[in-house]
Design a protein around this ligand. Structure first.
Ligand SMILES: *[C@@H]1O[C@H](CO)[C@@H](O)[C@H](O)[C@H]1NC(C)=O
Ligand SMILES: *[C@@H]1O[C@H](CO)[C@@H](O)[C@H](O)[C@H]1NC(C)=O
Ligand SMILES: *[C@@H]1O[C@H](CO)[C@@H](O)[C@H](O)[C@H]1NC(C)=O
Ligand SMILES: *[C@@H]1O[C@H](CO)[C@@H](O)[C@H](O)[C@H]1NC(C)=O
Ligand SMILES: *[C@@H]1O[C@H](CO)[C@@H](O)[C@H](O)[C@H]1NC(C)=O
Ligand SMILES: *[C@@H]1O[C@H](CO)[C@@H](O)[C@H](O)[C@H]1NC(C)=O
Length: 312
């Protein structure tokens, strides 16, 4: 068995061992100013609320990053005064564990970005996100190890706000449509190991006139694309990052939630919240074979949580 075969063998083993995500956590604050966790059991649709002892003003969470190897939840956080970023770890029931070193928030004037582009590089203990800044696209880097904050300036021209995703190893991908008809999508990437930008890759068979969010799951790059002529429709598009060939692997025809980013991924699972006649559902799709389960959510839950996370 050569090195590459061993890697493939290992990744097959891992994808077999991992099980479906168990709960969706939604975070809001109570009127008294504490963080509150609403837990939705994905297999039963039942809801459990709990209030943490964490005071929201002291622990400003801005994005869920990961479940770490201790089973704790890691969040991107802002320090008091909101001048520095750090990461906060808390247990699943909401007890404080620890805080990383902090690194200053870069003040760069106005830029636009999507929250879904914020990713965590566990090995480099860093957070990356793509943004538009004046005429070029950049990647903001918050490195909690050194600690340091800096920007990677790319040659990517600005048209729409970029959407980004990280492969979990070295590469951060960005997607742009360079023409006003939103019909010519180009993939860019930056490698944090070699510190180089790759050549632009023109995408073939990518859905035209769509609003798109990249995500990385199941060891592959995908796009969640809403059809601008039918924004209720969400297609999952597999992107071959070597050839630029794209395949629509699954389409949700009636999500009941136009342009919603109420979706979460873990390993080979894609979990989507949908709505029909005021009832809410969670569909867990297996990206390997398109089998899925759908569960109705029973009871009230916060419709606009401050942040959310999938727990396994
Ligand atoms: C979710 O519900 C299932 C079925 O009742 C149960 O087996 C599982 O333990 C529940 N998950 C959690 C995290 O409570
Ligand atoms: C502290 O936080 C880091 C994430 O930044 C995590 O990897 C580590 O396991 C945490 N827990 C303890 C007890 O140090
Ligand atoms: C599409 O974008 C590529 C850059 O990836 C560019 O080279 C090409 O000319 C564009 N095609 C059209 C029809 O706009
Ligand atoms: C987008 O929706 C329109 C209107 O329903 C439809 O004609 C078109 O084929 C859809 N595009 C894709 C890529 O599915
Ligand atoms: C994209 O879809 C929107 C909504 O249907 C439509 O108004 C617009 O003309 C479409 N753009 C193109 C280039 O087809
Ligand atoms: C959980 O909290 C929500 C408010 O966010 C409330 O409407 C709901 O009834 C609570 N559910 C349970 C089971 O306590």
């Amino acid at each position: 068995m050569n090195y590459k075969n061993i890697l493939i063998f290992l990744s097959v083993l891992i994808s077999v061992v991992l099980s479906q995500p168990s709960d969706l956590y939604l975070y809001t604050t109570t009127p008294q100013g504490y963080w509150k966790i609403t837990r939705i059991n994905i297999s039963t649709g039942t809801i459990t609320n709990s209030t943490t002892s964490l005071i929201a003003n002291n622990y400003i969470f801005t994005q869920f990053l990961e479940v770490n190897s201790d089973g704790d939840l890691v969040f991107l956080g802002l320090s008091e005064g909101k001048t520095a970023y750090c990461t906060y770890s808390i247990t699943a029931v909401g007890n404080y564990v620890n805080t990383s070193q902090s690194t200053k928030v870069l003040k760069t004037g106005s830029f636009s970005m999507f929250d879904s582009s914020i990713v965590y590089d566990n090995a480099r203990n860093s957070v990356y996100f793509a943004a538009d800044l004046l005429t070029r696209e950049i990647i903001f880097v918050y490195d909690f190890e050194t600690p340091s904050s800096y920007m990677v300036k790319l040659s990517v021209p600005v048209n729409m706000s970029p959407t980004g995703a990280f492969d979990g190893q070295d590469t951060y991908y960005l997607l742009e449509s360079l023409n006003d008809e939103i019909s010519n999508f180009t993939l860019y990437s930056y490698n944090f190991e070699t510190k180089t930008e790759s050549k632009p890759l023109n995408l073939i068979n990518f859905p035209k006139n769509s609003t798109t969010f990249l995500f990385y799951a199941n060891d592959h790059l995908y796009a969640a694309t809403y059809n601008n002529s039918a924004p209720d429709q969400l297609a999952l598009v597999y992107i071959d990052v070597t050839t630029g060939d794209c395949i629509t692997t699954y389409t949700f025809y009636e999500t009941g939630m136009p342009y919603s980013i109420n979706y979460w991924t873990y390993s080979n699972y894609f979990v989507l919240m949908t709505q029909t006649d005021g009832k809410y559902f969670l569909t867990t799709l297996n990206l390997n074979d398109n089998t899925y389960t759908t569960t109705q959510i029973y009871g009230n839950f916060p419709q606009y949580p401050i942040l959310s996370a999938l727990i396994y």
